[in-house]
Design a protein around this ligand. Structure first.
Ligand code: NI
Ligand code: MN
Length: 218
């Protein structure tokens, strides 16, 4: 399993990409032309997460997996979609995806400034090749994270302002108890500047893997 971090919240697992914000992402390591995917998972409607979903989905006839509201939005644009809601799980060819809650907003802002409500925000528990991977999306800390059992790898936001900051993220890691944790959603722009070394020093049990955009997890 090849897991690549493309910066911000964008994580690629083989032919699957989560929150593909590349074109306008100031820290992305690749351009849209360099990504080949069959599945696109979108945690919520904010532009830094929907990103290039439409272009990628059209280019590869990729399946967009997201909340029912976001799935409906893309279905109306001629894209193949699969809608879930928190608590729901479905077995795809590559593995299964369970949608988790996230405490966060979910709206999409069009180029002309029109804001489209996109339901609620979510995270994903992805089971692939016997590994359980949690992508938290954008979220605050919530105590029900303790209910996620057997997580091998967790992608957790630490940027603060819009999501958990470092101290809440450390508590999230304590609740989730993953084997490995990768901090995301920080240092993309000034408002979410954080030192991942501080996060690393505060996490007690899990192995922290700080990834730069373009890094492959090993
Ligand atoms: Ni967001
Ligand atoms: Mn975000």
């Amino acid at each position: 399993m090849k897991i690549t971090y493309h910066g911000h919240s964008c994580v690629q697992i083989d032919n699957l990409i989560i929150d593909p914000w590349l074109t306008e992402n100031p820290v992305a390591n690749i351009t849209l032309d360099e990504v080949v995917v069959d599945y696109i998972l979108v945690t919520h409607g904010h532009n830094d997460h929907i990103g290039d979903t439409l272009e990628l989905a059209k280019k590869y006839d990729a399946l967009v997996i997201s909340t029912v509201e976001i799935a409906d939005y893309f279905e109306n644009k001629g894209v193949r979609t699969f809608g879930l809601q928190p608590g729901g799980q479905y077995a795809f060819e590559f593995g299964s995806v369970k949608m988790t809650p996230a405490i966060h907003g979910s709206s999409y802002t069009k180029r002309d400034g029109t804001v489209i409500p996109m339901g609620i925000a979510a995270g994903f528990l992805i089971t692939k090749e016997d590994k359980l991977i949690y992508h938290a999306g954008d979220t605050a800390l919530f105590s029900d994270m303790a209910l996620f059992k057997g997580v091998d790898l967790a992608f957790i936001p630490i940027g603060d302002v819009y999501t958990m900051g470092i101290d809440d993220a450390v508590e999230a890691v304590r609740l989730i108890d993953p084997k490995v944790v990768v901090p995301i959603h920080y240092n993309t722009f000034d408002l979410i500047r954080q030192d991942p070394a501080v996060f690393e020093s505060k996490v007690e049990k899990a192995r922290v893997k700080t990834m730069r955009p373009g890094d492959i997890l090993n």
